[in-house]
Design a binder for this molecule. Structure first.
Ligand code: ATP
Ligand code: MG
Length: 140
C-alpha cells in the first residue's frame, strides 16, 4: 500500500447542515489523517477553474452556483491508498445510489448537493491540492 494525499471538499450543503465534524470523524475513523484544512468562500472564478473539466456539461452552471452558495471546507487527507479510500468513503455521486454508511448516503440530499468532493486520481489529487494549498500549509 502506498501513502497518498488527496483533496477533499466539504461542500456548502454539508457546512449548512452543521455536519463538518461528523464528516471529519468518518475520515479519521478510517485511518485518513487531516494534514491541511481551511474554511473558504469560493469565488465564481475559483469554482469554474476547479471544475473546469465539466465546463461543457449541462449541469456546470448549477454546479458552480451551488459551490459558491456558502463556505466550504477544503482539506488534504493523507493515508494508505488515500485517494481510493476517500472515494469509497464518499459513496456514489448520486446519494440515492450511494452505499449505506457512506458520507453521501448519510448526509447528501441530491446529485446536485452531495456533501463532499474527492480527487479521483493521482493526477487530480496533485492538481487539486496545489489549487488550494501552498506546500508550507501542509503538515508532514
Ligand atoms: P466531485 O467531483 O464533486 O467529487 P464526483 O467525482 O462524484 O463528484 P463528477 O462526475 O466529477 O462526480 O461531477 C462533479 C459534480 O457535478 C458532482 O459532484 C455533482 O454534484 C455534479 N454532477 C455530476 N453529474 C451530474 C448530473 N448528471 N446531474 C447533475 N449534477 C451532476
Ligand atoms: Mg469528480
Amino acid at each position: 500500500m502506498s501513502v497518498e494525499k488527496t483533496l477533499s471538499i466539504i461542500k456548502p450543503d454539508a457546512v449548512r447542515k452543521n455536519v463538518i465534524g461528523q464528516i471529519l470523524s468518518k475520515f479519521e475513523g478510517n485511518d485518513l489523517k487531516v494534514v491541511a484544512m481551511k474554511m473558504k468562500q469560493l469565488s465564481q472564478a475559483e469554482a469554474e477553474a476547479f471544475y473546469a473539466e465539466h465546463k461543457e456539461r449541462g449541469f456546470f452552471g448549477d454546479l458552480v452556483r451551488f459551490m459558491i452558495s456558502g463556505p466550504v471546507i477544503v482539506l488534504v487527507l493523507a493515508g494508505n491508498n488515500a485517494i481510493l479510500k476517500n472515494r469509497e468513503l464518499m459513496g456514489a455521486t448520486d446519494p440515492k445510489k450511494a452505499t449505506p454508511g457512506t458520507i453521501r448516503a448519510d448526509f447528501a440530499d441530491s446529485i446536485d448537493e452531495n456533501a463532499v468532493h474527492g480527487s479521483d486520481s493521482e493526477a487530480a489529487a496533485t492538481r487539486e491540492i496545489a489549487f488550494f494549498f501552498d506546500a508550507a500549509e501542509i503538515a508532514h
